[in-house]
Design a protein around this ligand. Structure first.
Ligand code: DGI
Ligand code: FE
Ligand code: FE
Ligand code: FE
Length: 187
């Protein structure tokens, strides 16, 4: 699929603000792909579609996760986690994207996972550091991202976990698994 068609499909699913975020993730993901030798075309398409399901009704996402036998633990955690696997399913069904590298980068963009592929790391990190993100610590991760992909992904995962903990929010086990994997096998 070309960029124009992908953006046209995604724009209809998102608010203007979320679409701007998506454009930031797209540009950042392409830059990271070029820097770290990933397929820039796949990075671009995965980034464009990464938040495709962000505004789907909770009930629709829940049914989809049950039908498709996704990780049952998701249903006991915050519904914000659902748009990533639901997005992978819907992008395949509705946009006809079949490429498993792209679909898995969408699927794991919120929690990461142990043993992330290069493309998964790029989309995860691009989502965290795109130019529209303004939270504390993001500038340092942007700098790290220019030098060391694994170190930057680890910093993003660690900051996200610390943020959740500071808000007394539960941390999804897969997010913790991602952190442990990067700490133990990061480079
Ligand atoms: O969709 P975005 O806002 O661009 O970003 P995202 O998909 O990375 O994260 C969406 C939300 O999910 C964000 O507000 C934080 C939340 N989140 C990420 N990991 C976890 C989590 N929430 C819980 N409860 N547990 C997690 O492990
Ligand atoms: Fe997201
Ligand atoms: Fe993220
Ligand atoms: Fe996002």
């Amino acid at each position: 699929m070309d960029q124009e068609k992908a953006l046209q499909l995604v724009k209809k699913q998102l608010t203007d603000k979320r679409y701007e975020h998506t454009l930031g993730v797209m540009k950042t993901a392409v830059q990271l792909a070029e820097r770290y030798g990933a397929d820039a075309k796949k990075a671009e398409i995965a980034a464009v579609f990464h938040d495709y399901a962000k505004f789907r009704p909770k009930e629709e996402m829940k049914q989809l996760l049950i039908e498709e036998q996704e990780d049952e633990r998701l249903l006991h955690f915050h519904h914000e986690l659902w748009h990533a696997p639901a997005g992978a399913i819907l992008v395949k069904k509705e946009a006809g994207i079949e490429d498993e590298d792209i679909l898995s980068a969408i699927r794991w963009h919120t929690t990461g996972r142990p043993g992330m592929t290069l493309l998964e790391k790029i989309v995860y990190l691009a989502d965290y550091i795109e130019p529209g993100r303004v939270f504390p610590g993001v500038e340092e991760v942007r700098k790290t991202a220019e030098q060391d992909l694994n170190k930057a992904v680890l910093a993003a995962v660690k900051n996200s976990i610390l943020f959740l903990m500071s808000k007394k929010q539960p941390v999804f086990p897969v997010t913790m698994d991602t952190y442990n994997d990067l700490i133990q096998n990061g480079d």
